[in-house]
Design a binder for this molecule. Structure first.
Ligand code: KIV
Length: 297
């Protein structure tokens, strides 16, 4: 087993210009594979509300759901750097609630850090969490929890004023003490400026090739859905097609009696089938009178 990935490992990768690999995972079997292939960071994102639970936004994710899934991922991935995503309204109300909720990710799920969305508006919350010894990953640019305010899932920072606002947010979060920063849905130039300026690892999802690392949502990368795919996604498999074909084959096998075949069946011990039949014939279940009555019913 490799050594545990720590914030020190990730900082060293940035210093050596060695790309950092990151994907989301929400469940044990997927995380087992992500650990096996040696991904650096796994994010248990509140995107699970959409990818796993079928909602049309991330907002319905709750702390209980997030902690349960994060704990499952940690059981599968003991060495990855695990980030728990603070769901909507788990950190916005006050610092006490933010610390209590972030603490659940650390204590109950074994996370290495928590992620929260926002820039200067959450800098004081970041400070409170860091003071409570909880490492934080910031998340700016396209922030799905603010989708109503942003007017939809669309790229951010596409003109100078907007880009400067995002750069200011990155600086404020760094000053507040974040250990890592996630940039989502930004032009590559903005991604490069922030990555160059900050001394901490900066990961991009749709923020260009110059970030210190890359993140994708695992369901997008594996092609689970045949509906809309964001521009920044590269599909590494077409799981929708693979799984559809597999399930059709299962359905057809059952319908034509090809499954289960003899190799999928348990056998009785030698001679036991004959013994069983003889015993059943010896002692019929119903008397001849009962059988006639049932037939005439
Ligand atoms: O919830 C999530 O998976 C995320 C990504 C979209 C960055 O926050």
């Amino acid at each position: 087993m490799r050594d545990k990935v720590t914030i020190g490992t990730l900082r060293a990768k940035k210093a050596n210009r060695e790309p950092i690999t990151m994907l989301t995972a929400y469940d044990y079997p997927t995380a087992l594979i992500e650990e096996k292939v040696g991904l650096d960071i796994i994010l248990v994102g509140d995107s699970l509300a959409m990818t796993v639970l079928g909602y049309d936004s991330t907002l319905p994710a709750t702390m209980d759901i997030m902690v349960e899934h994060a704990a499952a991922v940690r059981r599968a991935a003991p060495t990855a750097f695990l980030v728990g995503d603070m769901p909507y309204m788990s950190y916005q109300v006050n610092h006490e609630e933010a610390i209590r909720n972030a603490g659940r990710f650390m204590a109950q799920a074994g996370c290495d850090a928590v992620k929260l969305e926002g820039g200067r508006n959450v800098a004081d919350t970041v400070q409170a969490l860091v003071k409570a010894t909880i490492p934080v990953m910031g998340h700016i640019g396209l922030t799905p929890q603010s989708i109503a305010a942003l007017g939809g899932f669309k790229a951010q920072g596409r003109d100078t004023d907007a880009a400067l606002e995002i750069i200011e947010d990155a600086r404020a979060l760094h000053e507040a003490g974040i250990s890592l920063l996630l940039l989502e849905g930004l032009p590559p130039e903005v991604g490069a400026i922030i990555t160059e300026e900050l001394p901490i690892p900066v990961i991009g999802i749709g923020a260009g090739p110059d970030c210190d690392g890359q993140l994708l949502i695992v369901h997008d990368a594996l092609g689970f859905f045949d509906r809309f795919t964001p521009k920044f996604v590269k599909k590494y498999a077409n799981m929708n097609k693979i799984l559809t074909e597999a399930l059709e084959a299962y359905r057809d096998d059952v319908l034509r009696g090809a499954f289960p075949a003899p190799e999928h069946c348990y056998t009785m011990k030698p001679g036991e089938v004959e013994r069983l039949q003889a015993r059943l014939a010896e002692k019929p279940r119903f008397s001849p009178a009962e059988e006639t009555e049932m037939r005439n019913r």
